[in-house]
Design a protein around this ligand. Structure first.
Ligand SMILES: [Zn+2]
Ligand SMILES: [Zn+2]
Length: 375
């Protein structure tokens, strides 16, 4: 079984699909699931999503979710299964997360449980923050009433197989925002005649630093990161009249993130007005905070102990966003961190490769969560 799962993981790694375009990965998963004989299987949910359910209709449903997508980054590994597609690679470990769910399907086939149903959710477009919301918008998913939902993310830098978890916010609420300023250009010799976004954008760059409070053990932490700016063009005789600035914003929960956005927008509006600029703004790639349900966290603690995983109770949420937050707003459950090794390169690093040694502990832990729900 171990060999089969390693082969599955490496095949997925070699054949990465980008967010929203996971058709071939979904085909593979679906082919591998068939022999495990799910009682229900739905495809094309919210794009390329798959739902497979095992067990009797009236029993409580425990959902386990993994992500189908890879990243638009060139892999820099020399493996027998290095990505076969230039500029695309599984550098976030979603190949491993999917494989753990496959392992769960095989485990159920060997040892079906009574009094509980196993649900596997393969989600598209996690990296763009869209897939969970797309799946939840589908009547098949909206009609589910799971008792619990669980998912992992592997955590580079933490010891291999260590379980990392906390109650409440597990990952930050994150979104990006764009402010576009439109004024009037002038000759570069006469900047006083322009309505230029120069000063406004400079002030906003400084504001980002002063609005950032990095200590995530404080629930009022905020991170405002400028990610892109553009003012005018390569026209050296012109004082620009157009410009834009893009930020990514983070906070402990969705309400605090909304407050942060309101403050930043109000400041941008004030500056724009002072300099006679039209302002438009938009919000994109929203990731709600993943809020872990206390009862589900307790279950994870019990499971970790039972299967012999080291347990680390986190003091602060992670700074990254995870669209598991959408599912955790809908249903009780938990996002679990699973250490992928102290020497593992960071997520999205060109030489990241999910360790196969993490598959078995992952399957054991998830299967224990199912067994706990049995009557
Ligand atoms: Zn990622
Ligand atoms: Zn990821």
């Amino acid at each position: 079984m171990q060999d089969t799962l390693h082969h599955i993981r490496q095949t997925l790694h070699q054949n990465p699909d980008l967010s929203g375009d996971e058709r071939s990965t979904a085909d593979r998963i679906s082919d591998w699931l068939k022999p495990t004989k799910p009682d229900i299987i739905h495809r094309h949910i919210g794009g390329n999503g798959i739902l497979a359910i095992y067990g009797q209709e009236d029993d409580p449903l425990i959902l386990f979710r993994a992500e189908l997508d890879a990243l638009p980054i060139q892999e820099e590994n020399n493996l027998t299964y290095t990505s076969a597609i230039p500029g695309q690679a599984h550098l976030c470990g979603h190949d491993g997360h999917m494989t753990i769910l496959m392992g769960l399907a095989y485990r159920w086939q060997e040892n079906p449980l009574n009094g509980v149903r196993l649900g596997l959710l393969f989600q598209p477009a996690e990296e763009t923050g869209q897939g969970a919301a797309f799946m939840l918008a589908d009547p098949v998913i909206a009609g589910l009433n799971p008792f619990r939902i669980f998912a992992y993310h592997n955590i580079p830098g933490a010891p291999l197989g260590q379980v990392l978890i906390k109650k409440g916010p597990m990952t930050s609420a994150v979104h990006s925002t764009i402010f576009r300023f439109s004024g009037r250009s002038s000759h570069a010799a006469e900047p006083q005649l322009a309505h230029s976004p120069n000063r406004v954008i400079a002030q906003l760059l400084l504001a980002a630093a002063s609005m950032t409070r990095q200590d995530r053990t404080d629930p009022d932490f905020t991170v405002v990161t400028p990610v892109h700016t553009r003012i005018g063009g390569l026209a050296y005789g012109t004082t620009p009249g157009q410009g834009e600035i893009h930020f990514t914003l983070r906070a402990a929960d969705d309400i605090r993130l909304a407050t942060l956005q309101t403050l930043l927008t109000a400041y941008a509006s004030k500056l724009a007005k002072e300099d006679h600029l039209e302002l438009s703004h938009e919000i994109l790639e929203p990731f709600p905070a993943s809020i872990n349900h206390p009862g589900s966290v307790k279950q994870v603690e019990i499971a970790a102990q039972a299967v012999g995983c080291d347990l680390e109770l986190l003091k602060a949420p992670y700074g990254w966003g995870e669209d598991m937050g959408h599912f955790l707003s809908a249903w009780p459950g938990a996002l679990i961190g699973l250490g992928s090794g102290v020497d593992q390169p960071p997520l999205h690093h060109p030489s990241f490769d999910f360790p196969d040694a993490l598959i078995q502990p992952g399957v054991d832990l998830f299967f224990h969560l199912l067994m706990q729900v049995q009557p």
